[in-house]
Design a protein. Structure first.
Length: 355
């Protein structure tokens, strides 16, 4: 373990040095809303390598990525109202809880659908003391499972000291049913720490906090789920909510969409022409982030298995650029944005990236 850490440290030093040198270089203008370089948001940290939302995953994302890396935390609340970072509402996916509290399996309605699993609302933070993080995507190495503790949002702020913090509140309505308030949690956290982004797929949750954050630096982001899924507070599908971005603008300053909203794929997994969504969002004054970037989960054949080519199609296509990407492998968009974008035909410059 120690040897491994040491090797990683070396690797990290090398990469952060080269990334830093690159940041200084002038690039051509970006077609983002405000013209800045797209942001890199690390979903649970470098979750492609270490268990999601672990201290190693967050630290590796910070040390190997762009200098303004944003760390994403999926917030769940414990019975005693502690905000913790875990990727799923069913906390058995991503932790060892099913073996530690083997009778903790419960069934609750989640957005009207009965759902079984282990829920943080049934456990106090102390009861999670001997529960460890584990991979939630089984193609990833289990070597680091069973050794890293669950982090609170406060741990991430104080121990990791992120350059930017993104809190995703996926299930505010579920926690309300259990008398736990996500609204109260994000407002009280914002008094103690800088939250750069708060996202949610629930209209009512964002509406309930919009006036509280209007005069702050915190940006509210409406997260679109798959087009045929129903948004719980309006009963409309996300696909139909997409047709009125003016409405979205009344409670959010940005949107986060699955990458297929921008570059759809057909049934054979080939890319179709891009939609006008990025341009439409920018016209409305909304920033737009794309999600679901992972190096180890298959993506459209047109990219020939090259994740850099995929990122480039979202930020350097001559027509539009998203304002940021949500990635499990944040080192890849960091290198792509700082180093491999806007090279045009001048492939020689690419050599500088790997000197
Ligand atoms: C949890 O409980 C449900 C309902 O009793 C059951 O169907 C399911 O198999 C259980 N899951 C696990 C992992 O034990
Ligand atoms: C855990 O989450 C991952 C990632 O979202 C998903 O692919 C997987 O099916 C989930 N596993 C279970 C047992 O729910
Ligand atoms: C939530 O609070 C209400 C009112 O105090 C109470 O009736 C209800 O049983 C509580 N629900 C839970 C899940 O604790
Ligand atoms: C949404 O639809 C369900 C079922 O059709 C209904 O029970 C519920 O009251 C509706 N909610 C809203 C906010 O319209
Ligand atoms: C879109 O939403 C705005 C703001 O709520 C509303 O005024 C407008 O009528 C809506 N447009 C359509 C086409 O529904
Ligand atoms: C992706 O590849 C397919 C098959 O070659 C092609 O028909 C399609 O036009 C390509 N998509 C884009 C956006 O270039």
């Amino acid at each position: 373990m120690c040897n491994l850490r040491w090797l990683f440290t070396l690797f990290i030093c090398y990469v952060s040095l080269t990334v830093a040198q690159r940041s200084a270089r002038k690039t051509s203008p970006w077609l983002t809303l405000k013209g800045h370089r797209p942001l890199v948001v690390a979903r649970g940290g470098f979750s492609g390598l270490f268990p999601s939302s672990s201290i190693y995953a967050y630290e590796l994302a910070l040390t190997t990525g762009v200098s303004d890396m944003i760390l994403w935390c999926d917030v769940q609340l414990t019975k005693d109202n502690v905000g913790i970072c875990l990727p799923h509402l069913n906390i058995a996916n991503g932790t060892t809880i099913s073996s530690v509290h083997d009778k903790g399996n419960k069934t609750y309605p989640v957005n009207g659908v009965l759902t079984s699993g282990w829920f943080s609302v049934d456990f106090s933070f102390d009861e999670l003391n001997n529960v460890f993080l584990a991979q939630d995507i089984f193609s990833r190495s289990p070597v680091f499972d069973d050794s890293l503790q669950i982090l609170t949002v406060e741990d991430v702020v104080k121990k990791v000291k992120p350059s930017g913090l993104w809190l995703n509140v996926q299930h505010a309505a579920f926690y309300s049913q259990h008398n736990l308030s996500m609204r109260h949690f994000v407002i009280s956290t914002s008094r103690k720490a800088i939250i750069n982004y708060i996202s949610s797929p629930e209209v009512n949750f964002l509406r309930s906090i919009v006036t509280r954050f209007k005069a702050s630096k915190t940006k509210l982001v409406f997260r679109f789920l798959e087009q045929d899924e129903t948004e719980p507070s309006t009963n409309q599908t996300y696909g139909s909510l997409l047709t009125n971005l003016t409405l979205i603008k009344s409670f959010a300053s940005a949107i986060l969409v699955p990458k297929s909203y921008i570059w759809p794929v057909d049934k054979d997994f080939y890319l179709q022409p891009p939609t006008s969504l990025v341009l439409d969002a920018h016209k409305e004054g909304l920033e737009i982030f794309a999600s679901d970037f992972m190096n180890d989960v298959s993506f459209a054949y047109n990219y020939s298995y090259d994740p850099v080519a995929e990122y480039l199609s979202f930020v350097d296509n001559g027509k539009f650029s998203v304002d940021g990407v949500l990635s499990d492998n944040p080192i890849t968009p960091s290198l792509t944005f700082d180093c491999l974008s806007h090279l045009g035909k001048n492939k020689l410059r690419q050599g500088q990236c790997f000197q």
